[in-house]
Design a protein around this ligand. Structure first.
Ligand code: MD3
Ligand code: FE
Length: 217
């Protein structure tokens, strides 16, 4: 973590050591951009609405999703993939807003990934009870590129495991404005999100929104 002249923790505490090599939690890193991010998010969601996708096994996801950027992550009965078009509108996903790109690249740089150039932003919207079961993110081409996660709205608890599904998991609380960077060698670790607790966030309401930036192609 970073201490200032007065021995206080800096605005965004960088704790690369807590989750192991390749990871960094930047507490509050997104707060200065909060208003711009939420406004840009409204613009994205106007063009490509949140929807509950269906997994290849036929289950409706409890997390509602949309995307922006050149590529978007989608799932249906045929499998998981990245697609340049929104299957609902059959049009390209909305452009990645400049403030999204700026936040993702500066966070990645802070965490030691100065070359990160995301082409996909998956937007996950959790309501109370929504969760993400333990999984790996492996639909991307280059696992040398990190994933940057931005938490907005209600707080949540990440489950962070190892390279095997059966490995022990730890619980990592994340709050509004926190940014987490997951890169090599942590890039393929199993992870998930515990069921969201009820609550009300002053600027986001009864939801948690997670922006997940990836270099997919
Ligand atoms: C650990 N979303 O969309 S990223 C996902 O809060 C996803 O919505 C999480 O997992 C969410 O796939 C936030 C948490 C995360 C992402 C990638 C990782 C943790 C990771 C890659 C390796 C290790
Ligand atoms: Fe994931």
């Amino acid at each position: 973590m970073t201490l200032n002249l007065f021995g206080e923790i800096s605005e965004h505490e960088l704790s690369n050591d807590s989750l192991g090599p390749g990871t960094a939690i930047l507490h509050g890193f997104a707060l200065p951009a909060e208003v711009a991010l939420l406004k840009a998010l409204d613009g994205v969601v106007e063009k490509s609405l949140f929807r509950h996708m269906v997994t290849p096994a036929g289950f409706r996801m409890s997390v509602a999703m949309t995307n922006c950027g050149a590529l978007g992550w989608v799932t249906n009965r045929s499998g998981y993939r990245y697609d340049a078009n929104d299957p609902e509108s059959q049009r390209p996903w909305p452009q990645m807003p400049d403030c999204f790109m700026e936040l993702a690249t500066t966070a990645a740089k802070e965490a030691g990934f100065p070359a990160f150039a995301p082409d996909a932003c998956l937007v996950n919207r959790y309501e109370p009870g929504s969760r993400l079961t333990l999984h790996q993110d492996k639909n991307e081409r280059d696992f040398g590129q990190p994933i940057v996660s931005v938490s907005l709205g209600l707080p949540a608890v990440f489950l962070f495991g190892g390279d095997e599904r059966a490995d022990k998991t730890i619980r990592v609380p994340v709050a509004h404005g926190d940014v987490v960077v997951w890169g090599d060698p942590a890039r393929l670790r199993y992870h998930g999100v515990m069921p969201l607790k009820m609550g009300a966030h002053p600027s986001v309401g009864a939801y948690r929104v997670n922006l997940t930036f990836r270099k997919a192609a």
